[in-house]
Design a protein around this ligand. Structure first.
Ligand code: CP3
Length: 343
């Protein structure tokens, strides 16, 4: 096994960590904006395999990254289950809402998703043939809780209020929704692996809002554990990265409880703390503040090398704490990579 990312995920401590970035294909790159304009809109870009593969490859032509992440979105799965989905430019995603048990029951069965999602598998097949040999291909899905928050509210919300309200009003119906998403996610990620994804990542962007310990167990830990154990039955060698963003102290034990090979960290936990409490259980990924790719300068170099040094005595994948933003300077990405490799 020679790919650096796979070695870190297998638990190896490496002299320099593999590097990639969340949202590495995105609006901070002029070539991304050009391809997106050609596609017309964001969803057409996701569903046109040649163009989605093209934008996945663009950051690799500029930067010496160790991984490529499939270009798609976590909200394509709810669309495949029957939610309506559209993107409002400058505002973000919109979906039809779910507020009743009947609406949960009316969702399509999990095995119906492939019809709509087959272009995503085609994007992966194209990438599997085109990626440089040393680059690892990452597939992904949203984790059930985060996906449910969008399906219930019909949009992003600051506090995930509508999802918490539905959970309180009818816990059985809410659990049924989580189960439906969990089952569909197993099928979706299995199909991504069969098409050529070598690693899969679960994005639980709103895990931090599950502040009650029972809720966290039932809706963040347990669905993630179920997905990972189902994937490992058929694909024992495919590593899983879990990103339960915002867990803070509760990152502790998450890898062990879910079977994740790696936990991705946001920038609210320190890398020194992660080295002490998390790297003993699993590989860790993270966690540079994406803001530093806007501001650059010495602070960027100091932080990138500090994180690298703090995590160098265990398995580590260098990444950001969240996605790179549209106003980031691509030259700062080059400086970040130099600082990590020179640390
Ligand atoms: O990381 C990658 O580069 C892979 C592709 C990817 C996208 N979205 C592309 C995208 C991945 C892994 C995601 C995950 C995703 N999508 C999450 C979880 C991670 C996170 O960021 O918290 C969430 C919550 C979504 C839902 C979503 N998609 C939102 C809220 C938005 C609007 C915000 C924004 O940045 O505009 C999107 C749109 C989106 N997804 C863009 C990209 C590149 C921007 C679309 C554009 O070109 O206008």
């Amino acid at each position: 096994m020679t790919k650096l990312l796979l070695r870190a995920l297998a638990g190896e401590t490496l002299p320099t960590p593999p590097i990639w970035m969340m949202r590495q294909a995105g609006r901070y790159l002029p070539e991304y904006r050009a391809t997106r304009a050609k596609a017309g809109d964001f969803l057409s870009l996701c569903y046109t395999p040649e163009l989605a593969a093209e934008v996945t490859l663009q950051p690799l032509r500029r930067f010496d990254f160790d991984a490529a992440i499939l270009f798609a979105d976590i909200l394509l799965l709810p669309q495949a289950l029957g939610s309506e989905l559209w993107f409002v430019t400058g505002e973000g995603p919109r979906l039809s809402t779910i507020t009743t048990r009947a609406q949960v029951d009316a969702l399509k069965p999990g095995d119906a998703i492939h019809e709509r999602l087959s272009p995503i598998y085609e994007t992966i097949r194209i990438l599997a043939g085109e990626l440089p040999r040393e680059t690892t291909l990452i597939g992904f899905a949203g984790a059930p809780w985060t996906v449910a928050t969008y399906m219930i509210a019909g949009r992003g919300t600051p506090d995930q209020g509508p999802a918490h309200d539905f959970k309180t009003a009818d816990r059985a119906a809410f659990s049924a929704l989580i189960d439906r998403i969990t089952e569909a996610t197993i099928l979706y990620l299995s199909a991504q692996i069969e098409a050529g994804a070598e690693v899969v990542k679960l994005f639980d962007s709103w895990a931090g809002s599950l502040s009650d310990a029972n809720d966290r167990r039932d809706f963040a830990i347990e669905p993630t554990r179920r997905i990972i154990s189902a994937l490992k039955m058929n694909h024992p060698d495919v590593p899983v990265i879990a990103f339960p963003r915002g867990l803070g102290e509760n990152y502790k034990g998450f890898a062990r409880a879910t079977g994740a090979d790696c936990v991705a960290l946001d920038q609210s936990v320190s890398s020194e703390w992660a080295a002490e409490h998390l790297q003993i259980d699993s590989c860790v990924q993270g966690n540079l503040d994406p803001q530093l790719l806007i501001t650059g300068g010495d602070a960027l170099k100091v932080e990138a090398s500090r994180i690298t040094r703090a995590l160098r005595n265990g398995p580590h994948i260098f990444n950001l704490g969240h996605g790179i933003t549209p106003d980031a300077d691509p030259d700062n990405v080059t400086r970040m990579i130099e600082a990590v490799r020179g640390a």
